[in-house]
Design a protein. Sequence first.
Length: 108
Amino acid sequence: MSEVDFLKEMGKRIMARRKALCFTQEALAEKIDVSTQMISNLELGKKAIRPENLAKICKALQISSDYILTGSNTPKDDINTISDSLTALSADELTIIKNLIEYMIRNK
């Protein structure tokens, strides 16, 4: 994979996670004390990321650097993503999810 392709893929993962958390580029930039333009450039794969900014983005997006750099999820990443998604559900929908999880555990 070329460096350009690597940066574009990394940018797509940053953007997807930012959107999953319902952050705007402005909100993420503010959280990590960088410009909105820097976030845009990262997401478009136009710029490489400095290690200290990678650490800040990982913390703000509650995701591992492994995922941002390689696309490989760790179990913790998956749990965080699911947890973030659950907060958007209604009480009835949460009950359905809880019942599904209990069903799956019982029927292993």
